[in-house]
Write a protein that binds this ligand. Structure first.
Ligand code: IMP
Ligand code: MG
Length: 184
């Protein structure tokens, strides 16, 4: 694979918060932990939450050393553009039947926690054998639900970040690093 070229920061970005190498090392570490934890499991389904988790999930899954399938779900929340309001809406459901499967939800970022709490409740009703959650990034200062992550990459302060799947108004998702957005 050709090396990733690192694009320079555009004017609307303040700084790089987590560089590409640091992200890749963390993803490998998480993949090792998940592979070890699910070694005995029969049917692991990794569910990536679109759109934000598509890059994290792709990198993570390709480093899992255990058999698994991949599925996708798309959610949206009403309210203002930046922060979720708690009214989570299902846009596209998974295709697989999750009953009796070991389900791992892969999210990009945990902010208020509304999205993941909604998903955890929704998936629990489908009676999987087990249900766990992974997120690359969490903003503990913003968390207002009691959702607990099983796997977490990084804790960050209350800033708006973009890159590695994360966007601001659909921009910057494909940056290989995570950068702080200048929203003024
Ligand atoms: P929650 O439901 O408030 O936890 O919000 C989670 C969702 O809001 C994430 O899946 C992201 O789509 C979005 N989000 C929250 N914070 C950020 C951020 O800093 N950058 C990009 N998206 C974010
Ligand atoms: Mg998201």
């Amino acid at each position: 694979m050709s090396p990733i070229t690192i694009p320079p920061l555009s004017d609307d970005l303040v700084s790089v918060l987590i560089d590409a190498d640091t992200i890749q090392r963390k993803v490998s570490e998480l993949a090792q932990r998940i592979s070890a934890d699910y070694k005995e499991c029969k049917e692991l389904v990794v569910v990536a939450v679109l759109k934000g988790a598509f890059i994290f999930a792709a990198d993570l899954c390709r480093q899992l050393s255990i058999a698994h399938t991949v599925d996708f779900i798309a959610l949206s929340s009403y309210g203002n553009r930046d922060y979720t309001s708690g009214n989570v809406r299902l846009i596209m459901d998974v295709r697989e039947n999750l009953a009796n499967k070991d389900v791992l939800i892969v999210e990009d970022i945990l902010d208020s926690g509304h999205t993941l709490s909604y998903l955890a409740r929704n998936f629990a009703a489908r009676q999987p054998s087990s249900l766990k959650t992974a997120a690359l990034v969490s903003k503990p200062d913003r968390l207002i639900t009691d959702i607990k992550l099983d796997y977490l990459g990084f804790e960050i302060p209350d800033v708006w970040v973009v890159g590695y799947g994360l966007d601001y108004a659909e921009q910057h998702r494909t940056l290989p690093y995570i950068a702080v957005m200048n929203r003024t």
